[in-house]
Ligand binder design. Structure first.
Ligand code: FES
Length: 122
C-alpha cells in the first residue's frame, strides 16, 4: 500500500464535496459524506460508466401495504447515494453497495486527513 497526498483538506471539508484524482492509471473519486471520507474508483460495473462523475443525492424508500394497496414513500440516505450518470444505477457510498443488488460492491480506498492534507491510501 502507498500513501498519496492528493489535496488540501479545505478542498473537501464540506459534506457533499468531492475530489477527482488520478493516480497512475486509476481515476478515483473522494467524497465527503456527512463528514466521513470515502474513495471509490471512477468506474461503474454496469457498462464501465464514470460513476464518480454522477450526482450525489438520496433515494426513495417505498413501503407497500398489501391490505390497503397503498404505497408510502420516504426520502432516505440524503447525500449518501452516488447516481451513475449513464443509466442511473444508485450506489450507497456508506454501505459500499448498489441499491438494486447489495452483492455488487466496489473496491474502496482509505482516506485520512492529516496536517491539512488529504491522504489517499492505495
Ligand atoms: S454504466 Fe453505470 S449505470 Fe450503466
Amino acid at each position: 500500500m502507498s500513501e498519496h497526498v492528493v489535496a488540501d483538506a479545505g478542498e473537501i471539508s464540506t459534506p457533499g464535496d468531492r475530489l477527482m484524482v488520478t493516480i497512475g492509471s486509476r481515476q478515483i473519486g473522494i467524497f465527503n459524506v456527512n463528514g466521513e471520507y470515502y474513495a471509490y474508483p471512477n468506474w461503474c460495473p454496469h457498462q464501465d460508466g464514470p460513476l464518480c462523475a454522477g450526482p450525489v443525492d438520496g433515494t426513495t424508500d417505498a413501503v407497500y401495504d398489501r391490505e390497503t394497496l397503498t404505497e408510502t414513500e420516504t426520502w432516505v440516505k440524503d447525500g449518501e447515494i452516488l447516481r451513475c450518470p449513464w443509466h442511473s444505477w444508485e450506489f450507497d457510498m456508506v454501505e459500499n453497495e448498489f441499491l438494486h443488488d447489495s452483492d455488487i460492491t466496489l473496491p474502496s480506498f482509505p482516506v485520512r486527513i492529516e496536517d491539512d492534507d488529504v491522504i489517499l491510501i492505495l
